[in-house]
Design a protein around this ligand. Structure first.
Ligand code: PGA
Length: 251
């Protein structure tokens, strides 16, 4: 089963935070499907989480990888290092990376290729800004982001896409569930029609998903799962969202 619910811890955590999180999660999560759950932790904790005696089988991954495999790139980590430390996925092209670190479509395509080469699943993030939404060009922006990155890939075989409207991240605001559903449908159409050789495992929604709105979003048939930031920082809350997901999707 592909990854369905991924916790994006961003720049949060510590060794004791990891231990407490796993304990709290295990107490409340009711499903058997821990392998469809992931934690994108700060890279420095990947190995600890992957080998942790309290990890019930949750996949561990990174929030970013470098666009080259190795070299004089002080501060970067490679897809092969993530794999070597027990990780099996990486977020690629998150809007915070695009905005704060100037990541371009070409950078993202190189990262997608390297993830594929290292046998880790890339979680490729796309999403429109508030201005783009207000201009009514969301569909066009998403199409450009998808095509701009994927057409430059040479080795990518399989991926997950996370649709994350930039204006929704951390804001408490989300698009209407029906709107999310139709955007996911469009994303799947674009990938299937333009890149039919690629295995698109899932399209996740991300942006202010929490215990209150999870059920209305998961009820949409084209929503395969979620990438969750703020509401994933407590193991108990992530477990609750996981239980809601299992109930609705019948897992
Ligand atoms: P949020 O973040 O759930 O805090 O909005 C989501 C993300 O940025 O992946």
């Amino acid at each position: 089963m592909s990854l369905k619910l991924i916790a994006n811890w961003k720049l949060h955590g510590s060794k004791s935070f990891c231990t407490q999180w796993l304990k709290d999660f295990k107490k409340d999560f009711q499903g058997p499907n821990t392998s469809s759950l992931g934690i994108a932790s700060p890279s420095i904790f990947i190995n600890n989480l992957a080998l942790h005696s309290d990890n019930p089988g949750i996949s561990i991954g990174s929030q970013n990888i470098d666009q080259v495999a190795s070299g004089a790139r002080t501060g970067e980590i490679s897809s092969a290092m993530v794999k070597d430390c027990g990780g099996n996925f990486s977020i690629v092209g998150h809007s915070e990376r695009r905005i704060f670190f100037n990541e371009s479509n070409l950078d993202i395509s190189k990262k997608l290729d390297l993830a594929s080469e290292s046998l880790i699943t890339p979680i490729f993030c796309i999403g429109e800004s508030l201005t783009e939404k207000q201009k009514g060009i969301t569909g066009k922006v998403l199409e450009q982001q998808i095509i701009g990155a994927l057409e430059q890939c040479l080795k990518l075989q399989s991926l997950i896409i996370a649709y994350e409207p930039v204006w929704s991240i951390g804001s408490g605001k989300t698009p209407e569930p029906k709107e999310i559903n139709s955007i996911h449908e469009n994303i799947k159409d674009i990938v299937q029609s333009r890149f039919s050789e690629l295995d698109l495992q899932a399209v996740l929604y991300g942006g202010s998903v929490n215990m209150e709105n999870a059920s209305s979003i998961f009820k949409e048939t084209e929503v395969d799962g979620a990438l969750i930031g703020g509401a994933s920082l407590k193991g108990k809350d992530f477990a609750t969202i996981g239980n809601i997901f299992n109930d609705i999707k019948g897992l």
